[in-house]
Write a protein that binds this ligand. Structure first.
Ligand code: SF4
Ligand code: FES
Length: 233
């Protein structure tokens, strides 16, 4: 089938404002949009910039806005679209070039929630044990691939006045450690998250949950963090 991709183009170092360029491509209905972008890059315009790595929904690098909704280009089949598809970079972040955005601020926020297991007791002779039931509590959060689609879709992060909000992706990772039975820093974690720009920044708008390509119940997990904070007060 013939598909048209209307793609956001912008090189801030050379251009004053963005433009849109339409590419036509003959694609198999089972091709992914990422396949189309790759073919455009290889066969039509090697200057088109976008990120990708695994091609299979694992690395999280090809997050972009597809017909207005953030998602992974490697997870979208051509057959799901009508004749023309609008492809834009993730909102919220500064454009580096075309579909590539600066994720530095995203990872700064991610790092701010201390995304690692913290222990205070001496390590046991072998591993720190955890039962399957304890593991199940945060199992869904482990699926996060840090694609940033949730944070880019969040109206709170999109609002200039509240853009300091740590964002759903960082909170999913915070959930993962706050509810890990092996972690021994829950008091510090609760204090860190109990802030206006922490879990308190979430307005329960559900956009994060709607777009998450790994089907993580993001809003519910943030809700559980809020409950934990409330219980600790
Ligand atoms: Fe991507 Fe989902 Fe992780 Fe957000 S929670 S960064 S949408 S995988
Ligand atoms: Fe890795 Fe899409 S290219 S998630």
């Amino acid at each position: 089938m013939l598909i048209k991709l209307k793609v956001f183009r912008f090189d801030p170092e050379k251009e004053e404002k963005p433009t849109y360029q339409t590419f036509e491509i003959e694609a198999d209905p089972m091709d992914r949009l990422l396949d189309c972008l790759n073919r455009i890059h290889w066969e039509q315009d090697p200057t088109l910039s976008f990120r990708m790595s695994c091609g299979h929904g694992v690395c999280g690098s090809d997050g972009m806005r597809i017909n207005g909704i953030c998602g992974l280009a490697c997870q979208k089949l051509v057959k799901s679209f009508k004749e023309e598809v609008l492809i834009e970079p993730l909102p919220v972040f500064k454009v580096v070039k075309d579909l590539v955005v600066d994720l530095g601020p995203f990872f700064e926020k991610y790092n701010s929630i201390k995304p690692y297991l913290t222990t205070k007791t001496s390590p046991p002779d072998q591993e720190r044990k955890q039962s399957p039931e304890e593991h199940k509590i945060f199992e869904e959060a482990i699926r996060c691939i840090l694609c940033a689609c949730c944070t880019a879709s969040c109206p709170v992060n999109q609002n200039k006045e509240t853009e300091g909000y740590v964002g759903p992706a960082a909170l999913v990772r915070a959930f993962r450690y706050l509810f890990d039975s092996r972690d021994e820093a829950s008091e510090e974690r609760v204090a860190l998250l109990d802030q206006k720009d922490g879990a308190g920044g979430c307005q329960t708008l559900w956009k994060c949950t709607e777009v998450c390509p790994k089907e993580i119940p993001v809003t519910k997990q943030i809700g559980r963090i809020k409950k934990r904070i409330y219980d600790a007060r």
